[in-house]
Design a protein around this ligand. Structure first.
Ligand code: NAD
Length: 406
């Protein structure tokens, strides 16, 4: 063996011993780490399960001083704002939504804002499935229901009437049956000025005869009738809220309105204004300039969503067994489409191209509310009555959420 071989052999033995040691050590470390990981995972599973069962328990039992409200359609525009307001006021909230039109992103924001156990739970379910609805009622202890869930586009309702009667009228009937079976005795119902049709006398009071002229308005009126007939036979507390045109969004910028792109053609004027301001559509099409109104365009009553949800909380607070309240929720002031477009231009700071076209069949010239009754009974008045300010708030959200909640 020469010197170099000796050196290499000499150095080979201790090196081999080192590798053996470190393998044994690293095996040991791996074992310890594996055991540690398994224990941690088991711990997390046990913790999550106990957290979940605690969550379920908190929602399935009544708690003195806590009012648990089922918010149907709580992933949608108005429902999510209502849920936010209820949560801020310490209500316990369960949102049920099938996400057909709402946004999971809105629910996630609410969950982030109110993460504590027993504050908010979200259940994906379709109100058109009675067994699902019944299961939800049997697993939860609701004190009240705010029923927002609905398909809600006048134009779409003329194209798909059966869908509207099913989704609005039949689902409301199913919900009432579940409430009756499970002894839930307070209902705040989302209705609409579309139930009045086109009355000749303005402003519209709650006494104005309801003569709806499209399937959306008719389906809502039928749902109202079912609720009213049911209320005569039970001691349920009912508040029917007939909204005018809802605009705006959360002043703190957490929530906004984001309808599905495919619904935009049926959509509301504020959505179209923002789409035009963002360059998503070439401009605005104003349909009808020869109505008997001061500037020839249609007149509507625009109610800010913050005012609207305030009215709901007041309605819930004032709801009493054996009593029915029916309220217009509007500002009492009509604004023309031209005024709206000018306010939108100012709020967005964008040049919006406006094309004036002939009337759209089925549009009514003039619609605005008389809100005297709600002012008197619920001590509610619209506070966010500047069109430009409401649109500015909504625009802030639209600008920073150009793809919605994604
Ligand atoms: N936006 C307005 O200007 C206006 C005016 C008058 C009345 N309303 C009423 O207010 C309510 C809310 O309207 P919005 O503008 O927030 O609409 P939206 O489409 O934003 O919200 C409706 C929500 O209901 C859910 N939903 C629909 N069908 C359902 C079903 N079968 N099961 C479970 N969830 C279902 C949708 O996924 C959506 O999240 C509706 O009842 C509507 O008729 C709205």
């Amino acid at each position: 063996m020469n010197r170099s071989q000796q050196r290499s052999v000499g150095s080979w033995i201790p090196l081999g011993m080192e590798i053996g040691d470190s393998r044994r050590k690293s095996n040991h470390v791996t074992k310890v780490l594996t055991i540690f990981c398994v224990i941690t995972i088991l711990f997390i599973i046990v913790l999550t399960n106990s957290f979940q069962s605690k969550q379920i328990n908190m929602f399935s039992h009544t708690e003195p001083g806590v009012t648990h409200v089922l918010v149907t359609g709580g992933a949608g525009f108005i429902g999510s704002h209502a849920a936010l307001r209820l949560l801020k006021d310490s209500y316990r909230v369960t949102i049920v939504d099938n996400l057909s039109r709402g946004n999971l992103g809105a629910v996630k924001i609410l969950q982030d804002q109110f993460p504590k156990p027993g504050r908010l739970q979200f259940i994906v379910a379709d109100l058109g499935h009675p067994e699902e609805v019944d299961r939800i009622f049997s697993e939860n202890a609701f004190d009240a229901v705010m029923h927002f869930a609905a398909v809600a586009y006048v134009g779409e309702s003329t194209l798909e009437p059966l869908r509207y009667y099913h989704n609005i009228t039949s689902n409301t009937l199913g919900l009432l049956e579940a409430m009756h079976r499970h002894n839930v005795k307070t209902l705040i119902y989302s209705s609409t000025c579309a139930t009045y049709g086109e009355p000749e006398i303005m402003p519209i009071t709650e006494e104005t005869p309801q003569k709806p002229i499209n399937p959306y308005g008719k389906a809502k009126k039928m749902a109202e009738d079912i609720i009213l007939d049911f209320s005569k036979k039970t001691d349920i507390a009912v508040m029917i809220m007939r909204y005018f045109n809802v605009i705006g969004s959360d002043p703190d910028g957490r929530l906004g309105e984001h309808p599905r792109p495919e619904l935009r053609e049926h959509g509301r004027i504020s959505g179209a204004c923002f789409d035009a301001a963002l360059g998503k559509i070439p401009g605005l099409k104003v349909k009808g300039t020869d109505y008997k109104t001061p500037d020839g365009t249609c007149i509507r009553d625009y109610i800010d969503v913050t005012d609207l949800v305030n009215a709901h909380v007041k309605a819930l607070d004032k709801a009493r067994p054996n009593k029915v309240g029916i309220y217009n929720v509007g500002t009492g002031k009509g604004r023309s489409v031209k005024e709206f477009v000018e306010a939108c231009k100012k709020a967005t700071g964008k040049k919006i191209r406006v094309e004036y076209l002939s009337r759209r069949p089925g549009d009514y010239a003039l619609v605005f509310s008389d809100p005297t009754k709600i002012q008197k009974d619920l001590n509610w008045t619209a506070k966010y009555t500047s069109l430009e300010q409401s649109l500015r708030t909504a625009w802030r959200w639209q600008k920073s959420h150009q793809s919605g909640y994604d």
